[in-house]
Design a binder for this molecule. Structure first.
Ligand code: PLP
Length: 370
């Protein structure tokens, strides 16, 4: 440890463990990168829309030396039309991760707390710790959020409740009516003192009967932030764009702590074009649905328990996850260990192309039967 006097709450942070990049595994194990598959970061196996690629290629040729539009006028206009809210209800972020940070910066401080679920997206804890606030982790129920227990956990100093729907890394989903009932209970008991951040990074993967009108709930709940991302179904993880919907008073608070130029020129453009490519989104949804069935059936055939997923990954219980992960890596297959999320017997497998899913299942079978 260094002698640099960082605050204790910063020293207490365990840094985020990202999925291993393909190049890193190739270097470490002397493998050919072309033969490695990565099913570790919930990325879109189709890449991104051809229309986005074409728009970016053209824009790259005309790239200027100026800063991006700090207010994201055009992208916000497109999102406002999509979600039927005024543009001043939108905040853009450098990925939706940025918005989680902005919410914590705007609302948390030492002497306050945030509530989140066990096995929920790890950034909720990181963003809370970074502000020196208390983090109140509520035990999961069936791998998902226990909303009753989360409501009960809200303390006098709680300012923020994080909900991931679907949740990462478990893939669990809460129905629209259940989330709405939670929002009503929070309002009844705490008014606007407690903000709920509903993180919908995987919303586009939901089946039609799972979908809720969640972006419209911001009209009724002045204490609600809904976040979405272009990283997953839209395939723009490398460009970093996400957005939040909230009423103007809350949006204004987020804007106060936002870096002025937090979303780059190409990222804003790509998101705008991606938003319009309904065909790409439909192909992504269909591929994911089929891949989810392929993986879940494959896990069942191997006698492995898994958590039925509503997202683009599946959490599977393999037992000795650290050893099995090491064996998969030796075979050029990268998945995500989740011991840091309190799940030492599980691995999280992102849904890939059919041949990638098959390769993972074959490798897993070989490792389990060795
Ligand atoms: C639940 C959840 N929220 C937010 C994010 C942040 O993604 P991004 O910053 O790429 O939008 C992720 C990324 O994996 C996630 O799983």
């Amino acid at each position: 440890m260094t002698d640099i006097p960082a605050p204790a709450h910063v020293r207490a942070i365990a840094p985020y463990q990202a999925g291993k990049p393909i190049e890193e595994l190739a270097r470490e194990y002397g493998l050919d990168p072309a033969g490695i598959i990565k099913l570790a970061s919930n990325e879109n196996p189709l890449g991104c829309s051809d229309r986005v690629r074409a728009a970016l290629a053209e824009a790259a040729g005309a790239l200027h030396g100026r800063y991006p539009d700090p207010n994201g006028f055009e992208l916000k206009a497109a999102l406002a039309a999509r979600h039927q809210v005024p543009a001043n209800w939108l905040t853009l972020g450098n990925g939706s991760n940025d918005l989680l940070e902005l919410a914590s910066l705007a609302l948390l401080d030492e002497g306050t707390s945030a509530v989140y679920a066990q096995h929920a997206f790890v950034v909720y804890r990181l963003a809370t710790q970074a502000r020196g606030a208390r983090h109140l982790m509520v035990p999961a129920r069936d791998y998902g959020h226990d909303l009753d227990a989360m409501l009960a956990a809200v303390a006098g100093d709680t300012r923020l409740v994080f909900i991931a729907n679907p949740n990462n890394p478990t893939g669990t989903h809460l129905s629209g009516p259940r989330v709405r009932a939670f929002l009503e209970s929070v309002r009844e008991r705490h008014g606007e003192r407690v903000v709920v951040l509903l993180d919908e990074a995987y919303d586009e993967y939901l089946d039609p009967d799972e979908r809720a009108d969640s972006t419209q709930w911001v009209r009724e709940f002045p204490n609600l932030i809904v976040t979405r991302t272009f990283s997953k179904a839209y395939g723009l993880a490398g460009l970093r764009v996400g957005y939040a919907l909230a009423q103007p008073a809350l949006t204004d608070l987020l804007n106060r702590v936002r870096q002025p130029f937090n979303v780059g020129v190409l990222a804003q453009l790509a998101a705008r074009v991606a938003l319009d490519d309904a065909d790409f989104l439909a192909r992504t949804y269909a591929l994911n649905r089929a891949g989810r069935t392929q993986l879940q059936e494959g896990f069942a055939a191997l006698g492995l328990d898994f958590v039925p997923s509503s997202a683009n990954f599946v959490l599977v219980r393999v037992g000795e996850a650290a050893r099995i992960n090491g064996e998969l890596l030796r075979r050029g297959v990268i998945v995500r260990p989740v011991a840091g999320d309190g799940l030492p017997e599980h691995l999280r497998v992102s849904i890939g192309l059919p041949e990638e899913n098959a390769r993972l299942l074959d490798a897993l079978k070989a490792v389990l039967q060795a």
